[in-house]
Design a protein around this ligand. Structure first.
Ligand code: NAD
Length: 473
């Protein structure tokens, strides 16, 4: 996408200007002077980048079927409920009936449009404008291809598919059939990264030379998702560089604005394996483990005491500690982190070279106290450093740092939107893309999204072969 189109989409124009309005150079300028008034409830920001409301600019709703009514499916449902003049849920599919019904009831979906396995949806003639696919990683490819063949546009959860070949198939079918496919690379749609990209594109750092980017997973999150939980085995899902970090590769590629040529990657599973198990630890934290009170990965501490990550438990009452303990005695999440069937690396480094010699180093690490991406951007005239919610620009000439800040939760319409508002920004753009049959409304074409997936597969090739891998998108 050319820079002008990007600036236009992200709304570097006066509030209320329709997407199709022509923009002038003056309108697209980023105000780095600090003179524009910040929204009253927001802390002062020195850098002002207009952020669009998550409400689509459409005058009639598109219709969708949600496939996969788990954590992500619930987010799509919540968005649709909030902006129901713009998107209507007309069907739901989940192999867990209660999950299907929870969303279907909220949207008054008739019984005949409540499905179990996604294949049931596709036994029926096309019944909506689009499907939203929010099933586990290894169940994206089949419904996505089937949906496109039947004429649906698709909002597809990341990672698109577990193999490079399947990812490229999805791209090909979408091009052959002329379907809109949006990949849920939500960071691109978050005000924080939109603002960061806008500042880089404005030339404020001069010529971009290099990016350091880190994804600190946070130790309890690592244990929950990649040791005990859904994404613990590469062969059942996708390699962690895609399962967790296809967002990051996509963001790096997006900010650089040039294709990646090659990658060298390193990483392994250091901690969460049997040989590191403390003596006498039983298979479950709930079986009277002698190390429970000192182990930072204790399931009792994470789920019962801290009440983290409970969305996957289908609890009747999140405050009922007995109910949580009962679940931990039998589900995956009660297991000792040293005695699971996991194989995903807990630390991963990838160095990349892009066209024109631009370089980037990426680090994904389990062992951090917090999450939230950290990014440093080095340009010939300036430097940006961000912590996932605010970032500061240093101009080498003026030597005056300027900071971008926005408290997303204080922006009324972004309330409850995950990923720093990116979840809702993504759905807004998808609704507009489908309503206007214009894939250009999306921040990322399916081609760009698959290109950043190919970077992930190349990283894995490099990590496993101990050689630099070429990126052939
Ligand atoms: N975009 C993001 O930032 C982001 C964040 C988290 C997860 N994800 C991705 O979203 C997808 C879903 O993740 P989640 O956290 O919602 O998982 P989840 O387990 O909470 O939900 C998946 C749902 O799919 C259902 N399902 C499984 N097989 C099915 C089938 N054959 N037919 C119909 N339904 C079926 C499951 O019963 C479950 O309710 C995954 O691919 C994940 O990697 C993306």
């Amino acid at each position: 996408m050319i820079r002008r189109d990007f600036l236009k989409r992200v709304g570097l124009v006066a509030t209320g200007v329709a997407l199709s309005d022509p923009i002038t150079k003056a309108e697209t300028a980023i105000n780095l002077s600090g003179s524009a008034a910040a929204a009253p409830q927001q802390p002062k920001s020195d850098i002002h980048v207009k952020i669009r409301s998550p409400k689509p600019q459409t005058d009639k709703p598109i219709t969708v079927v949600i496939i996969g009514a788990g954590n992500r499916g619930r987010m799509y449902s919540r968005y649709s409920k909030t902006f129901n003049d713009h998107i209507k849920v007309v069907g739901v599919s989940d192999i867990i009936e209660s999950r299907c019904n929870n969303i279907a009831d909220l949207h008054n979906v008739p019984q005949e449009n409540r499905f179990g396995h996604f294949r049931e949806v596709f036994e029926r003639p096309k019944m909506a404008d689009a499907v939203i696919i929010a099933t586990p990683d290894d169940r994206h490819y089949e419904p996505c291809i089937k949906a496109m063949e039947l004429g649906y546009h698709v909002l597809l959860e990341k990672p698109a598919a577990p193999t490079e070949k399947e990812c490229k198939d999805i791209l090909k079918v979408s091009q052959d059939k002329n379907r809109i496919v949006a990949i849920s690379h939500v960071l691109r749609y978050s005000p924080y990264f939109i603002a960061m990209k806008s500042v880089v594109d404005s030339g404020a750092v001069g010529e971009l030379v290099s990016i350091q980017h880190m994804e600190p997973i946070q130790y309890a999150h690592m244990a929950h998702s990649y040791v005990r939980g859904n994404w613990r085995c590469e062969k059942d899902t996708t390699p962690i560089i895609l399962a967790k970090s296809c967002h990051d590769l996509d963001i790096i590629r997006w900010i650089v604005g040039k294709p990646c040529k090659s990658i060298s990657a390193y990483g392994s599973l250091h901690l969460f394996k049997k040989e590191n198990m403390p003596a006498g630890a039983p298979p479950r934290c709930t079986d009277g483990c002698p190390h429970e009170s000192t182990c930072p990965y204790s399931a009792i501490d994470i789920y019962v005491k801290q009440k983290r990550h409970l969305g996957v438990f289908d609890l009747k009452d999140r405050k009922d500690e007995n109910e949580i303990m009962e679940k931990l005695r039998t589900n995956w999440y009660g297991r000792c982190v040293y005695q699971c069937d996991n194989d995903q690396p807990d630390h991963y480094v990838a160095n990349m070279e892009f066209e024109d010699g631009v370089t980037s180093s990426f680090t994904m690490d389990a062992f951090s106290p917090w999450g939230g991406r950290r990014t440093r951007i080095m340009g010939t005239m300036g430097f940006i450093e961000g912590n996932g919610s605010t970032f500061t620009l240093w101009d080498f000439k003026t030597r005056t740092p300027k900071t971008w800040r926005m408290v997303i939760d204080d922006a009324e319409e972004y309330k409850d939107a995950g990923h720093g508002g990116g979840d809702y920004g993504l759905v807004r753009d998808f609704v507009e893309a489908v309503a206007f049959e214009d894939p250009g409304k999306l921040s990322s074409s399916i081609k760009d999204s698959i290109e950043s997936h190919v970077m992930g597969f190349a990283a894995e090739k490099s990590r496993k072969s101990n050689h630099k891998a070429e990126v052939k998108a």
